[in-house]
Design a protein around this ligand. Structure first.
Ligand code: HEC
Ligand code: HEC
Ligand code: HEC
Ligand code: HEC
Ligand code: HEC
Length: 399
């Protein structure tokens, strides 16, 4: 098990063996889950007091050391949650600490601080939070988590949570909601560009935002339209972990096949109608969402070209993703050797781009809430069609 002895940096800032990382940060002994019984560690979350998980006496070789919860650790270790090198966890490298506004979701230590599981007041990151943390064992296995009974979404909606779900929903809810777009564009003329507007980014891996649908109100929701609420799916598919193995994070597809006959999640379809105007119902609902998202992006481009007269270019690899192309030559404008962020947003382009980004920021949108995703895309396409003089009926889309 050489993997367990790889070094990762813990919240304490020390580089120690991963086995110790587990013992020091898991807090499994305090877990209110059934899992607690299996744990032997005494150390509480974050105290980092046990440098190595070695037996009391030797001689021994690493291979002979019995590490409890072997499978959970190795599964987790291979997952994105443990990937200390990823942008999501290394973004603050070289700084003194992880900014409080970011720490809740980008470090187990920050998460515990935010929820008051480290003894500090809940609802705020007191910090300082060390750089280099990951989503460690003690993020989800923490007795205190049982006392977290609600979370507040970026929309302001307060949502009741139970058990470990509190963790997934805290971090995968995104950072902005339609209401932010509404406030930023209040009292502005719909098609008038304003230099005061910048792109509002919903953030990343926004699965919970999609899942909670119109009730969670993550999207820019048009007045007078109804939106599908939380996706209840079908019993027993009731929570994040009914589809995702919580350590590998992978979707356990075999379980899907008790109800779905398709060969992959992306191929699953229950809907009998086509939403994207193709009439093809032999493909997964994933295809309809993807096609409509593509159409929406095409329309955002057409609108910025033809209506605003200030073309935009989207670059998935660079924040803030939308850049200026004033001369319309198809290349991002450069200023001082740097790409120039788009600054001709109108309320209409901003709200439709926000919805596009929200839906596409969730690669599992089709399983998390296909209907809400389709509704946001449809309404945004209709919004731009109006400005572009396109006949919505002619597109053959369904909402
Ligand atoms: C509500 C939880 C939450 C908060 C708060 C949060 N993030 Fe994130 N962030 C995430 C999640 C979840 C991801 C993982 C997306 C992925 O890579 O799958 C992420 C990813 C990122 C990434 C990697 C993006 C990429 O392209 O891979 C960066 C950079 C980032 N966040 C910066 C920040 C900054 C800066 C802040 C504070 C100003 C912040 N985040 C606050 C949840 C959050
Ligand atoms: C993102 C949340 C999360 C993280 C991080 C996490 N776990 Fe878990 N773990 C869970 C959930 C949820 C369950 C319950 C699974 C079930 O009921 O099927 C669980 C179950 C377990 C179990 C019971 C047996 C099993 O595998 O189902 C053990 C042991 C365990 N975890 C240990 C760990 C250890 C050790 C770490 C760190 C290396 C860790 N977990 C990290 C969420 C997490
Ligand atoms: C403390 C914040 C936090 C918690 C709690 C959390 N996540 Fe994550 N999650 C993240 C971040 C950050 C990433 C991106 C990590 C990266 O890019 O390496 C991520 C990545 C993922 C991924 C993407 C995996 C991949 O291969 O890209 C899935 C799926 C996921 N989380 C599901 C869950 C589930 C289910 C839970 C609850 C059991 C959960 N997360 C709890 C922050 C969190
Ligand atoms: C009906 C099953 C189902 C449920 C319930 C579910 N997911 Fe997913 N999730 C999927 C599928 C399918 C994908 C896309 C396939 C993949 O990425 O593995 C996905 C993708 C993701 C991703 C992106 C992974 C990546 O590759 O970047 C994250 C993050 C995620 N889910 C988190 C969650 C969270 C958090 C919850 C609970 C709010 C949740 N999921 C509930 C099935 C589900
Ligand atoms: C207990 C039966 C059951 C299981 C297990 C199940 N599903 Fe479903 N699934 C359904 C039902 C019923 C619907 C239709 C729900 C609705 O539209 O309200 C559905 C809808 C869907 C949809 C949307 C299809 C569409 O056309 O809108 C996707 C995607 C999906 N499931 C993915 C999954 C994945 C991935 C898994 C496994 C991780 C899974 N399901 C497990 C019963 C199940």
């Amino acid at each position: 098990m050489p993997n367990f002895f790889h070094s990762i940096r813990l919240g304490s800032g020390l580089a120690i063996g991963l086995a110790a990382a587990f013992f020091a940060s898991a807090g499994l002994a305090q877990s209110s889950d059934a899992t607690g019984a299996e744990a032997t560690a005494e150390a509480g979350a974050g105290d980092g007091a046990i440098p190595f998980a070695l037996p009391q006496s030797g001689p021994f070789t690493p291979a002979e050391i019995d590490i409890g919860n072997n499978k959970a650790i190795s599964d987790w270790f291979r997952s994105a949650h443990a990937n200390a090198a990823s942008e999501a966890f290394s973004h603050w490298d070289g700084e003194d600490e992880v900014r409080a506004a970011c720490a809740t979701c980008h470090s187990g230590e920050g998460f515990r601080d935010f929820h008051g599981l480290d003894g500090t007041p809940a609802g705020v990151v007191d910090g300082p939070i060390n750089v280099g943390g990951v989503v460690d064992c003690g993020t989800c296995h923490n007795a205190g988590l049982a006392q977290v009974s609600e979370i507040t979404l970026p929309s302001g909606v307060v949502h009741p949570v139970q058990g470990v779900e509190a963790s997934c929903l805290t971090c995968h809810q995104g950072r902005a909601a339609g209401i932010d777009v509404e406030q930023a564009t209040a009292n502005m003329a719909l098609d008038e560009p304003s230099a005061e507007l910048g792109f509002i980014n919903p953030h990343y891996a926004t699965a919970a935002a999609t899942w909670l649908g119109g009730y969670g109100a993550a999207g820019y929701q048009y007045e007078g339209h109804d939106y599908t609420g939380r996706f209840f799916h079908a019993r027993p598919v009731a929570s994040c972990n009914s589809c995702h193995e919580p350590h590998t994070l992978e979707v356990e597809f075999e379980a899907c096949r008790t109800c779905h006959e398709e060969d992959s999640p992306e191929a699953i379809r229950v809907a009998r109608q086509s939403y994207d105007g193709s009439g093809d119902t032999s493909v997964g609902i994933h295809s309809d969402i993807e096609a409509n998202a593509e159409m929406l992006m095409d329309m955002i481009r057409a609108y910025t070209d033809e209506v605003v007269g200030a073309p935009v270019i989207y670059d998935a690899a660079r924040y803030p993703y939308f850049f200026a192309d004033a001369n319309g030559d198809g290349a991002i404008d450069m200023g001082d050797g740097r790409p120039v962020p788009y600054s001709s947003w109108t309320p209409r382009s901003l709200r439709t781009a926000f919805n596009w980004k929200l839906v596409t920021a969730d690669p599992g949108n089709y399983a998390h809430n296909p209907e809400y995703s389709l509704e946001l895309l449809y309404d945004s396409i209709a919004d731009l069609s109006e400005a572009l003089g396109i006949d919505m009926e002619g597109l053959g889309l369904l909402r």
